[in-house]
Design a protein around this ligand. Structure first.
Ligand code: HEM
Length: 472
């Protein structure tokens, strides 16, 4: 546990660690991404920092992060499984897994999303946008918090893909699952849970950790019940979703007497749970940032709505429309860039000893690809700290892709739901902007809308209310 301040030769530089505390005194544990971005200015794009006794190598800036995750994809491509995440999944599923089991589950989920088909996924999302719109309408332009409804909508899309059916927003399964996931994301970002990751023996004394474990238990129970009911009505000729495909693979392995098949009960439960955890809060938070930014910058909202009115008019937006909506597309990209919702990505781990940028990094070292330093890289973006859709437009107003746009990370661990998420962001955002004008509550000015994120595992907007006023 006690560190020597002596570094291995050729180890990336960094602030001098104290015994046991490491660099905790100079790290803001509630907003580590900010401290790490500051340190990158002092120590360069590859540096070492100690979260308590835990050594982490941080990669910063577009060039370095891209080179590590893409050119050294295998070396930097394992997942660091922190104690909390090990408690969650015990190495099963996708998010917090490595080796053969991770590879097989990731491949299975990706193939399944592809086989499910773009068209069918689009239909499910469009169906969801209609339900969401109806819910927004019920507020009749009065101020409300969008979190819960957006979470229900994003979660319901995952349900449609995983279980083969959406849930009504009144369904208790959906409500409990979403509310628990929300709470877990919040708790995971708290200082006491960060502390647990550094000193796991503290677990039983930490209330937040106990609450997280309780949520986990209830999640597993709920998913098991849903999987069991699908198993009882399974029809190989009519697969309803990812769970059905999994159950068929499991059955086939059992019938052929395959030993050590990875298609077992634990993997179905945690693969399903990972898709919900990774796909709900992320998508919903990004849309909410988008709506908040529209309320804060009404002249940008004007331009989005003019474009939507001109190109789409009153009909339902479809993904094909994206190419004809360059300004709206730029606004969505710029929202993701500025909102920077997963600022340190999800921790990686080196799978072997690596020589990188002149430094030596040992096998098994925890790696933080600092996505925030990419999305806000001063060498890549004209105005990194302000909301500026022009980042994604050329001088003729055409959409331009930018290399440093990496909100989904890159390489071997790149977000598995990227294409699904992009489709959801586009369809949710355009459908909502087509039907509603988003404004601050009466008495609150645009300047009062706060863009400081709240603490949590992902960077969420600070709790706020907006009015969704029906457009004529
Ligand atoms: C991983 C971002 C939506 C499923 C990740 C990672 C990021 C990310 C940064 C970590 C990549 C790394 O380790 O370097 C986002 C954002 C989203 C989004 C910004 C929405 C705006 C989704 C959706 C799904 C999903 C809708 C569900 C299908 C996953 C999974 C992983 C992952 C399963 C783990 C991949 C692995 O470890 O191999 N995502 N994500 N994500 N995401 Fe997403």
């Amino acid at each position: 546990l006690f560190l020597s301040s002596q570094r291995d030769e050729n180890e990336p530089p960094g602030p001098k660690p104290l015994p046991l505390l490491g660099n905790l005194l100079i790290l803001d544990v509630n907003k580590p991404h900010l401290s790490l971005c500051d340190m990158a200015k002092q120590f360069g794009p590859v540096f070492t920092v100690y979260f308590g006794p835990k050594k982490v190598v941080v990669l910063a800036g577009y060039k370095t992060v891209k080179r590590a995750l893409v050119n050294y994809a295998d070396e930097f491509g394992d997942r660091e499984i922190m104690p909390l995440f090990h408690d969650f999944t015990k190495g099963h599923g996708i998010l917090f897994a490595n080796g053969e089991s991770w590879k097989e589950m990731r491949r299975f989920a990706l193939t399944n999303l592809r086989e499910f088909g773009k068209k069918k996924i689009e239909e499910k999302i469009i169906e969801e946008t209609c339900h969401l719109r109806e819910e927004f309408e019920k507020f009749e332009g009065k101020p409300f918090e969008t979190t819960q409804l957006m979470n229900y909508a994003a979660s319901s899309v995952i349900s449609a893909i995983v279980y083969g059916r959406r849930f009504e927003y009144t369904d208790l399964h959906l409500r409990n699952m979403v509310d628990r996931a929300n709470e877990s994301v919040r708790l995971s970002g708290t200082a006491s849970v960060q502390l647990y990751n550094m000193f796991p023996f503290l677990g039983p004394w930490l209330k937040n950790w106990r609450l997280l474990m309780k949520n986990l238990e209830l999640d597993i129970k709920d998913i098991s019940e849903l999987v069991t009911s699908l198993r009882q009505t399974l029809n190989p000729q009519d697969l309803r979703g990812l769970v059905d495909s999994f159950l068929i693979r499991k059955q086939t392995a059992e019938e052929s007497g395959e030993k050590n098949s990875l298609f077992h009960e634990q993997n179905i439960i945690f693969t399903v749970s990972n898709l919900f955890i990774a796909g709900t809060d992320t998508t919903s938070t990004t849309v909410r940032w988008g709506l908040l930014l529209m309320a804060k910058y009404p002249h940008i909202q004007d331009r989005v709505q003019e474009e939507i009115d001109q190109v789409i008019g009153g009909r339902q937006p479809i993904t094909e429309d994206r190419k004809n909506l360059p300004y709206t597309d730029a606004v969505i990209h710029e929202t993701q860039r500025l909102a920077n919702i997963v600022p340190t990505s999800i921790p990686h781990m080196t799978s072997c000893d690596v020589h990188f940028n002149g430094y030596f990094i040992k096998k098994g070292t925890c790696i933080f690809p600092l996505l925030m330093s990419v999305l806000w890289d001063e060498d890549e973006w004209e105005t990194p700290h302000t909301f500026n859709p022009e980042h994604f437009l050329d001088k003729h107003g055409r959409f331009v892709k930018r290399d440093a746009f990496l909100p989904f990370s890159a390489g071997r661990r790149v977000c598995l739901g990227e294409s699904l998420a992009r489709m959801e962001l586009f369809l949710f955002f355009t459908s909502l902007l087509q039907h509603f004008r988003f404004t601050p509550p009466p008495g609150v000015s645009e300047d009062d809308l706060d863009l400081t994120p709240a603490v949590g595992l992902t960077l969420n907007p600070t709790p706020h209310k907006l009015c969704a006023v029906k457009r004529s």
